[in-house]
Design a protein around this ligand. Structure first.
Ligand code: PGA
Length: 249
């Protein structure tokens, strides 16, 4: 059976000192109680070397928050998949709603980023989700299907290698969580869309993200198509992150 995945997304937070304290506390907790799931943390790019060094030999995987759509060359400020690979990066977020919203990333760019990651042997965590306005207009299913379709279109041959994170935009950093039923409903839609693209749709982990915390994680993770979580705010506090990890049975 596939293991669930709990991934922390630190976003643009941290410092050498605070990262070290946080990682040591998370690693300590994981040593005391071995997780029943895979665990990763997505750190800002300048800290990947630090996270690589502190997690070496542990089961805590290194993740990155973004990757360039280009392979190499004159792209000032960009970080390539090959560079991430050198820092033992196992997962990379692509298409996070903050990238889509503030950096104008569209579906086809996100699909190319997923392709670059896959080509470098890094698992893309493809983030998608609707805004509140789209949900209220009854467009949730159409929006998430369109976002996933672009990734399937370009990466169909290795689609079973991706991870998908359903993150309703209205739930991110707002304290408003989708109910387990709302999340499951969308996850079921995504699973059936993947079933049309691969014979092994159940191999693909579908994470939920958006104000997941120590209090609501167990109920969300109990849903049949929720295979883990992408955790923002709560991943910055070791006790909360550890409690979410421990809620995976
Ligand atoms: P949040 O963020 O848990 O703080 O809502 C989730 C995310 O953006 O990945």
């Amino acid at each position: 059976m596939k293991k669930k995945l709990i991934a922390g997304n630190w976003k643009m937070n941290g410092s050498l000192a605070s990262n070290e304290a946080l990682l040591r506390a998370v690693l300590d907790g994981m040593a005391q109680q071995a997780p029943a799931c895979d665990v990763a943390v997505a750190a800002p790019a300048p800290y990947l070397a630090q996270v690589q060094a502190l997690t070496a030999g542990s089961s805590l995987a290194v993740a990155a928050q973004d990757v360039s759509a280009h392979e190499a060359g004159a792209y000032t400020g960009e970080v390539s998949a090959a560079m991430l690979k050198e820092f033992s990066v196992r997962y990379v977020l692509v298409g996070h709603s903050e990238r889509r919203q503030y950096h104008h990333e569209n579906d086809s760019l996100v699909a190319i980023k997923a392709q670059r990651a896959l080509a470098a042997g890094i698992t893309p965590i493809v983030c998608l989700g609707e805004t509140m306005q789209e949900r209220e207009a009854g467009l949730t299913e159409a929006v998430v299907k369109r976002q996933l379709a672009a990734v399937i279109h370009l990466n169909g041959h290795c689609i079973s290698e991706i991870v998908v994170a359903y993150e309703p935009v209205w739930a991110i950093g707002t304290g408003l969580t989708a109910t387990p039923e709302q999340a499951q409903e969308v996850h079921a839609v995504l699973r059936s869309q993947l079933a049309a693209a691969t014979e092994q749709p159940d191999r693909i982990r579908l994470l939920y993200g958006g104000s997941m915390n120590a209090g609501n994680a167990a109920a969300l993770l109990a849903q049949p198509d929720i295979d883990g979580g992408l955790i923002g705010g709560a991943s910055l506090k070791a006790p909360d992150f550890l409690q979410i990890i421990a809620s995976v049975k």
